[in-house]
Design a protein around this ligand. Structure first.
Ligand code: ATP
Length: 242
């Protein structure tokens, strides 16, 4: 199986504080991977480094074989907050169609057809103003925009935050439905139980390091635990490997 992500000896400091310490990670293509960790474990930071946003890290990151930071950006589609959009457009009346146009303009890999299918399923209207969108609809829009790009790797950072149970279920269904066989999704979420049915593998960040990378099947067969229970045990330090 080809590798979609290879990270070697990645270290990252911010204001002299070590945020990520000697991260090594090698992920096969085609899977959905849960990136789990407590608040502040470094999930967002790691995702930003993979996309090539943060500066001054040491170590190597390559996505689908591409290491160059600028070139890597066309291999990764990550969720971005819409909060800055109204400001960027210089008016508070920015609509969903303005954001859509922005994505179409800047990403040559953006599939309008795929977006339209998802927008229909997620009930997103082009005519709505961004400021009028509920938290759940904003997250749905972010997911549709992110997955409409055609890239090898998708990074979904907390796509269920602040979203009600019905919208969470819909977002999870849309991730399953619109993930291409050739692509990989890394998803971080504190709703571990809810996303567990999506996941092939789990990556756990703890103490600035990758604590464990495990296939979900192995967790179930070896430890006889659900993902949420396994994750809690890892953090409590109560996992018996024997
Ligand atoms: N601008 C910054 N300056 C200094 N430290 C920062 C900055 N941004 C993040 N950090 C620190 O980096 C660490 C990792 O933060 P990060 O947001 O990546 O964690 P996370 O796992 O995504 O957390 P959460 O689950 O709460 O979203 C935290 O200790 C945080 O305090």
């Amino acid at each position: 199986m080809s590798k979609v992500l290879e990270i070697n000896k990645l270290n990252y400091k911010k204001n002299n504080k070590l945020i990520l310490n000697d991260i090594n990670l090698s992920l096969d293509n085609g899977k959905i991977i849960g990136l789990l960790g407590a608040n502040g474990a470094g999930k967002t930071t790691l995702m930003r480094l993979i996309t090539g946003v943060n500066a001054k890290s040491s170590g190597q990151i390559s996505v689908a074989g591409v290491e160059n930071k600028a070139a890597r950006k066309s291999c990764v589609s990550a969720t971005y907050s819409l909060d800055g959009f109204s400001k960027s457009f210089g008016e508070k009346n920015a609509k969903v169609r303005d954001v859509l146009k922005f994505y179409i303009d800047i990403y040559p890999d953006f599939s309008f057809e795929k977006y339209q299918e998802m927008a229909k399923y997620l009930e997103i209207s082009c005519d709505d103003k961004l400021v009028d969108l509920s938290t759940g609809t904003k997250e749905k829009l972010v997911i549709a925009l992110t997955l409409a790009r055609q890239v090898p790797l998708y990074l979904l950072d907390e796509p269920l935050n602040g979203v009600d149970i019905m919208a969470r279920k819909k977002i999870i269904k849309s991730i399953i439905q619109w993930k291409g066989d050739d692509s990989t999704i890394i998803i971080s979420s504190h709703y571990v139980k809810e996303i567990s049915s999506l996941l092939d593998d789990v990556v756990i960040l703890k103490d600035q390091k990758v604590y464990q990378v495990s296939p979900v099947e192995e967790i179930q067969s070896k430890y006889h635990l659900g993902i949420e229970e396994y994750y809690e045990k890892v953090y409590e330090g109560g996992l018996n490997d024997e």
